[in-house]
Design a protein. Structure first.
Length: 201
């Protein structure tokens, strides 16, 4: 991409490093910033610097936070007996947006992937079991990705969780609402069949 300014090119190159942002999208963003009030660009820059320097991760669950503990862990209205185990921060946000879960979370920071050199020791797992020693948690919900790595992680965790008096559950998997059976892969369709539920009118 030939640009008339090295400064413009540098900004485009940096923005295009973001996931899902190509050079053309980055260029549109940069041109938008150039067209707008310079104060808007300053605010954006300061917000990014402030976020990067000051953001924390909850010392209890690993969620992103402005303080030592996140607002979910400190919320006394949450169901403190149910703990949902997720891969990363995006999963917490996705589940929270549904408004269907009122318990607590535990962010692993990834999944077990031997191919990528990621073993259980590189994940936020030991702190999960430390949380279970209080005896307050009665159910652990596995909300991990429906992948080989996700299943491997669930298998590992379930083996370790058998030492604790907790019920282990997993989120339902199957055909998406509005989805066609014709386009579902065999694994998804197989799980939908094995995990079928009673029909209610």
């Amino acid at each position: 991409m030939n640009l008339p300014s090295l400064l413009l090119e540098e900004a485009v190159n940096e923005l295009s490093k973001f996931p899902g942002i190509g050079k053309k999208s980055a260029l549109r963003m940069v041109l938008h910033l150039l067209k707008n009030n310079p104060e808007d660009s300053d605010k954006l820059g300061q917000a990014i610097i402030k976020m990067r320097n000051n953001i924390r991760f909850c010392q209890t669950c690993g969620n992103v936070s402005d303080h030592e503990e996140c607002n979910i862990c400190t919320n006394q209205l949450r169901n403190r007996q149910t703990l949902c185990v997720v891969e990363d921060l995006r999963d917490v946000m996705a589940i929270e947006n549904t408004g269907q879960f009122g318990g607590l979370y535990h962010v692993l920071g990834g999944v077990v992937s031997p191919i990528d050199g990621i073993g259980p020791d590189k994940l936020n797992i030991e702190s999960l079991f430390a949380r279970l020693t209080s005896g307050e948690i009665t159910e652990v919900v596995m909300a991990l990705p429906a992948t080989v790595e996700g299943d491997t992680t669930m298998f590992f965790l379930s083996k370790r969780l058998s030492d604790y008096p907790v019920r282990i559950s997993t989120i339902s998997r199957g055909i998406a609402v509005g989805g066609s059976l014709e386009y579902a892969d065999e694994i998804t369709l197989g799980r939908a069949m094995s995990g079928r539920v009673p029909y209610e009118v």
